[in-house]
Design a protein around this ligand. Structure first.
Ligand code: SF4
Length: 232
């Protein structure tokens, strides 16, 4: 079954809304510049480690993993308890250790090594589909890897992106996070996906917080449906 795209309806009903929101956020937070971060396999493992914990804890767990094992092959061959002990600072180590080993094992089985660079040449949704077939990798984790490592136009929908976009009325209220990953791709221009992602997260952290959104000083307020359900 094909899923209807949200963007044409949105554009018909609320012309220029996406441009307005992106311009307002750019004015407030600047234009984030994309730069590749880690190798994609490292980013994938780090993103799995960051599930249900802070970035700082995930970084600590990743650094300890890198300190104890010389390469991904050594991680795969290690006893699962040893891997769990290395990543304990990232929380949920008993779940994440077998998940990381399983993901790495599967990549090696399919590709003959642990490299994921081939994903950077794929069509974005196909690359995301490739990753989400791996146990423990959802659309958010896959989108993080592909957006941050390759600049592929995918939108990781975390709690901030989900909250801000639904409040404004860019994503329908009640749309589950998994579905929001596709809806967001229909809403934001491909060439501004990274900017949109980074500035929506910043907005969620600094202004549009979960409990007390600072609508009084928010430049998006004139068109935000959280403020006015009938906003244009
Ligand atoms: S007006 Fe309020 S609810 Fe809307 S985006 Fe701004 S802070 Fe969030």
């Amino acid at each position: 079954m094909t899923t209807p795209s949200a963007a044409p309806e949105l554009e018909r009903e609320r012309p220029g809304l996406v441009s307005f929101v992106l311009a307002a956020l750019r004015e407030l937070y600047g234009l984030p510049e994309w730069q590749p971060r880690r190798p994609p396999t490292d980013e994938l493992v780090l993103t799995i480690l960051s599930q249900h914990t802070s970035d700082l804890n995930a970084e600590r767990a990743f650094d300890e993993l890198a300190r104890r094992y010389p390469d991904w092959d050594a991680v795969v061959r290690a006893p699962v308890e040893s891997v769990a002990s290395a990543i304990v600072s990232g929380g949920l180590a008993q779940q994440k250790a077998p998940r990381i080993q399983g993901v790495l094992r599967r990549i090696h089985e399919e590709r003959g090594d642990y490299a994921l660079d081939f994903l950077g040449t794929m069509e974005p949704r196909a690359a995301r589909d490739w990753l989400v077939r791996l146990d423990g990798v959802g659309p958010k984790t896959a989108s993080v890897v592909l957006l941050f490592c390759f600049g592929l136009p995918l939108m990781p929908v975390d709690t901030h992106v989900h909250r801000v976009t639904t409040r404004i009325g860019l994503i329908p209220v009640g749309a589950p996070a998994d579905r929001a990953h596709d809806l967001a791709l229909d809403v934001f221009p491909r060439d501004r996906m990274y900017e949109a992602h980074v500035n929506l997260i910043t907005h969620g952290r600094r202004t549009c917080s979960a409990r007390n959104p600072a609508c009084g000083r928010c430049p998006v307020a004139p068109r935000c449906r959280y403020v006015d359900p009938g906003a244009p």
